[in-house]
Design a binder for this molecule. Structure first.
Ligand SMILES: Cc1ncc(COP(=O)(O)O)c(C=O)c1O
Length: 356
């Protein structure tokens, strides 16, 4: 692989735009912080990364990722602990996942020094942009795209890696209603479902638009063979509580993104002594549990949404309404524990938070 640059050149903005942000009313992904990180890859090596003022890119119309989608990304969050120090939640896991995506998409590995250390330098510089109220954070978006000026179809040789950040509020403001897919497919074994490739999101727009028109918030994807085995939701992994067990689809078929929140949630649940089963889940099992009065909770997990309660699941014209979330024992306790760790309010016994 490439050589590993160690130094990051920094060019600061002349005047901060932070005054444009209404920190009392932050939405998701609308405003971008003062600086961004940029690193270019060419001739088999990464060049010196730079942190520069946030701004537009100039690209040739023949830039290859625009045409063929060699483009991947990650999502990470930074918080401020009670001492006012910026902390980033599990950036190493996102770095490893970025490189799993890169490998599958024939793109170069991003060195840790650029992804993790670059991210820390950027967050450190824009630390004033980290909001501090509950359910807010600095959303960090690392991404990489192919930049050859060539419209022949072949793996590119030039790439750009960047990180931008955005002060962000809650992704969903209320429990979500879910349509369980009985026709569209997100991922097959052998495909790219386990990556954060741009195409996985591009393909989801039309089906998501369709279910929105029908009055639902999101799709719960199912396998393409039977449309019965549930996979994941938009940008979240799926969990369901049946009786005293928590179930979540296993990630062994390359069809589901290995969520960092998913992994954190499974670890925390096991520590609380709750049984977690990672396995195939049939939608019929969920419907039957509901009929037997055993369906307790269902929720999505993800960096953007944290833990998002599900209000209802609809499959083939049959709707199951979950009990009111005030009664939920698992998701509410989980969210509280996870928030305490993310905001540095409790000791980090797992080594999940990194100071910048
Ligand atoms: C398709 C998909 N599934 C699951 C997740 C949740 O992953 P994480 O917890 O790492 O944010 C995301 C968001 O990154 C996603 O885009």
């Amino acid at each position: 692989m490439s050589g590993t640059p160690t130094k990051i050149n920094i060019k600061k903005v002349e005047k901060s735009r932070i005054g444009e942000v209404d920190f009392a009313n932050i939405q998701f992904g609308k405003k971008y912080s003062d600086h961004m990180l940029v690193a270019h890859y060419e001739n088999g090596a990464w060049l010196q990364p730079e942190i520069v003022p946030y701004g537009d890119l100039a690209l040739s119309p023949a830039t290859t990722f625009i045409h063929y989608g060699q483009s991947i990304f990650e999502g990470v969050k930074a918080y401020k602990n009670p001492q006012g120090e910026p902390i980033i939640f599990r950036p190493e896991e996102n770095w490893k996942r970025m490189n799993r995506s890169a490998h599958r998409m024939a793109m170069p590995d991003v060195p840790r020094e650029i992804f993790v250390e670059g991210m820390k330098a950027l967050v450190d510089l824009d630390r004033d942009w980290i909001p501090t109220s509950e359910d807010t954070a600095l959303y960090i978006r690392p991404f990489m795209f192919a930049t050859d000026e060539f419209i022949g179809v072949k793996p590119a040789e030039k790439f750009t890696f960047m990180i931008i950040t955005s002060p962000s509020g809650p992704y969903y403001s209320k429990p979500v209603s879910i349509y369980v897919s009985d026709s569209y497919v997100r991922a097959f074994p052998g495909g790219i479902g386990f990556t954060k490739a741009a195409g996985n999101y591009g393909m989801s727009m039309y089906p998501t638009q369709e279910v929105r028109k029908m009055g639902y918030d999101q799709i719960l994807w199912t396998d393409g063979f039977t449309h019965k085995k549930v996979q994941e939701i938009g940008t979240m992994n799926f969990f369901v509580v049946i009786g005293d067990k928590v179930l979540t689809p296993d990630i062994d078929h390359d069809t589901i993104l290995a969520g960092v929140t998913r992994d954190s949630v499974i670890t925390l649940l096991k520590e609380k002594g709750i049984t977690v089963e990672e396995r195939e889940i049939d939608i019929d099992e969920i419907m039957e549990a509901n009929e037997k009065g055993l369906l307790r909770e269902a929720f999505g997990t993800g960096t953007a949404a944290s833990i998002a309660p599900i209000a209802s699941l609809t499959y083939e014209n049959k709707t199951v309404n979950l009990p009111p979330m005030e009664t939920w024992a698992v998701a509410n306790a989980l969210k509280a524990t996870l928030s305490d760790i993310r905001y540095g309010r409790v000791a980090d016994t797992h080594g999940w938070t990194e100071k910048v």
